[in-house]
Ligand binder design. Structure first.
Ligand code: SER
Length: 607
């Protein structure tokens, strides 16, 4: 039988749900927009949060898409047979339209008629209920109606069958997960769907979003009942084709084959396989991030930039273990682009900048390693002078963490000088560091867009600012990025030079004028080409014919945007620019605040 490819699976899934009345929409950027709580898009539902909360979606109530997701919480687990830092999630969505009956019937139909799975091999889990929330009998009845026998339906608790909220608050609810029995022997009498021994493989998750978790920790019924489903592309093709691990698919093979061809160091098999997988996984994710249409993430030291740096450097380090030649990251990027260019044409357009960034980071890292070697020599010299022969775990870890020096290299260099390394101390220092960075990452791991009134208003302020900048500086100004926290907005835009004090004052005054004018904010849905023809500013490329929302702020600004926004510009109270600085070559950055604090600050300067 012909292998199921990712291209074929995406097409089959989208067409199937289109035939069930869903509109196919473009997946969102992997770099979240206006969401301070996460570094990357982590699930298909993530960009759709405003619509799950009740905002009307321009494409209707039944949607289907493929969403690029990045999850780096488990980065250290990459290298086994299943963990990936990048994956694609297929999803179908009901925004207050159909619910459990249809969702389950269509899941069953797709699995059996499209993916060709035998009904008798399917197992499902459902929410067993807890205090205040009943067992999901409705889901059980729906599965039975499809012919799934009771012996294949497993009610389970919150750990298994409750999804969300992705952050602290937001939409959530019971889910039902579908599993395939691979026919392998059970690992124990307790083995069942949800067991990780490999007998049962999870295929799909249908989430029934009925609740909104509030900041107080209570569950209130959502305005509308939604369905959010998620099927992982990599995992599904692995399972349908009977691969033993996700790396066997056409998404990874070209990379692995090339890595093997370039390898010059022989490592023990287990180590070699892990290194190959880490390189393939990390280079794929790095290429996707650098090639994202929204852009703006570059290797750096904080936030998403740091995650990207870590991915590249980790790949380079394992590349060194295998003895891959310098410049191999560029080759890897070309292979990734080759695999994905059909579905993500932006990658091809951005090829040059992707390769340039990777090569630059690879070179920077090589330099860092040389510095690490100097650092090692310095430490070892001092120790020798004091007659010490054991390098402390703390020092070895610093070399590893700051200079990317693998412990093995430190050990080798130490041995050359007749010294040893405190390996236990190294492990302790590493564990301590991991704990700390986990806590740091926790903030970003899940997290939903914060759609509080304050962030909504700050988002509205970015539209006014964008337009004011175009008026004062010229039409070459375009948004390059935006980031909103509860306190302030940050807005990046194209402009070749530092703004003058006068220009800043003009822009600030212009925005405040619009706030004083109390302009009504309205929203209209139209096809992207009509939106552009009407003169609306459109930032990111939506597909031809795709329905988009156009937000109008009186006669002042008109932009294609997902929203949500304030209802009237007067809600912003006042607008004050705090800072204008360079962001990168040809891109400036403004930080600004709104509300009472902005009003106070304006008053203080006599405005
Ligand atoms: N949100 C759910 C998940 O991430 C289903 O799409 O699994």
């Amino acid at each position: 039988m012909a292998k199921l490819t990712a291209d074929a699976l995406r097409e089959m899934y989208l067409k199937f749900f289109e035939s069930k009345g869903h509109t196919i929409i473009s997946g969102a950027s992997v770099i979240p927009e206006n969401d301070p709580t996460v570094l990357f898009t982590t699930a298909g539902m993530h960009p759709l949060v405003p619509y799950l909360l009740g905002e009307p979606h321009p494409a209707g109530r039944r949607l289907t898409d493929v969403q690029k997701c990045v999850r780096t919480g488990d980065i250290d687990a990459v290298g086994d047979s299943a963990h990936l830092t990048f994956f694609e999630m297929l999803g179908n969505w009901s925004l207050g339209d159909y619910f459990k009956k249809e969702a389950i019937a269509w899941s069953f139909e797709f699995l059996t008629t499209k993916l060709g799975l035998k009904p008798e091999d399917l197992y499902v889990t459902v929410f067993k209920g807890e205090e205040g929330i009943p067992r999901d009998d409705e889901a059980i009845a729906c599965w039975k109606a499809q012919g799934i026998p009771e012996s294949h339906i497993f009610p389970k608790g919150r750990e298994d069958n409750w999804w969300g909220p992705a952050g602290v608050t937001g939409p959530c609810g019971p889910d039902t997960e579908m599993f395939l029995d691979t026919g392998k022997p059970a690992c124990s009498p307790d083995c069942g769907p949800g067991c990780h021994c490999g007998k049962y493989m999870e295929i799909w998750n249908d989430v029934f979003m009925q609740y909104n978790k509030t900041a107080e920790g209570t569950y209130e019924p959502l305005k509308q009942h939604n369905v959010d489903t998620g099927m992982g592309v990599e995992r599904t093709i692995c399972m349908i084709n009977g691969y033993t691990d996700v790396y066997e698919s056409e998404l990874f093979l070209p990379l692995l084959e090339r890595i093997r061809a370039l390898t010059t160091n022989e490592l023990p098999e287990e180590k070699r396989i892990r290194a190959e997988r880490i390189i393939a996984d990390h280079m794929r994710t790095a290429t996707i991030i650098l090639g994202d249409p929204k852009g703006g993430v570059k290797p750096g030291n904080v936030g998403a930039n740091y995650v990207l740096r870590r991915l590249i450097r980790r790949a380079v380090r394992y590349g060194m273990d295998l003895g891959l030649p310098a410049g191999f990251t560029a080759e890897m990027a070309d292979l990734v682009i080759g695999v994905y260019k059909g579905f993500y044409p932006d990658l091809l357009e951005k090829r040059e900048s992707i390769v340039a960034e990777l090569t630059a980071e690879e070179n920077r890292f090589a330099k860092t390693l040389t510095q690490g070697r100097h650092e090692f020599e310095k430490v070892a010299d001092v120790m020798a002078q004091h007659g010490q022969t054991q390098i402390s775990g703390k020092t070895a870890f610093k070399l590893y963490d700051t200079y990317g020096f693998p412990l093995e290299i430190t050990q080798e260099l130490a041995a050359e000088r007749g010294m040893t390394v405190d390996v236990d101390g190294f492990a302790k220092a590493e564990a301590k560091h991991k704990e700390a960075s986990k806590q740091g990452e926790g903030v970003f791991k899940g997290g939903l867009a914060d759609h509080s009134e304050q962030t909504t208003r700050l988002h509205t302020a970015t539209h006014l600012l964008h337009k004011a900048l175009k008026i004062v500086l010229g039409d070459h100004v375009n948004q390059k990025g935006s980031n909103i926290t509860a306190e302030r907005l940050r807005f990046d835009f194209s402009h070749p030079e530092k703004m003058t004090k006068e220009q800043l004052e003009q822009v600030e005054d212009l925005v405040n004028e619009q706030i004083k004018r109390a302009l009504p904010i309205t929203c209209e849905t139209m096809a992207i080409e009509d939106a552009k023809a009407s003169g609306a500013t459109a930032l990111f490329t939506a597909k031809y014919g795709e329905q988009v929302k156009v937000y109008k702020m009186g006669d002042f600004s008109k932009e294609v945007c997902g929203g949500p926004h304030a209802n009237n510009t007067s809600e912003l109270v006042a607008f004050k620019i705090l800072k204008e600085e360079s962001s990168s070559a040809g891109v400036r950055r403004i930080k600004a605040i709104i509300g009472e604090p902005a009003l106070e600050k304006r008053k203080a300067i006599g405005k």
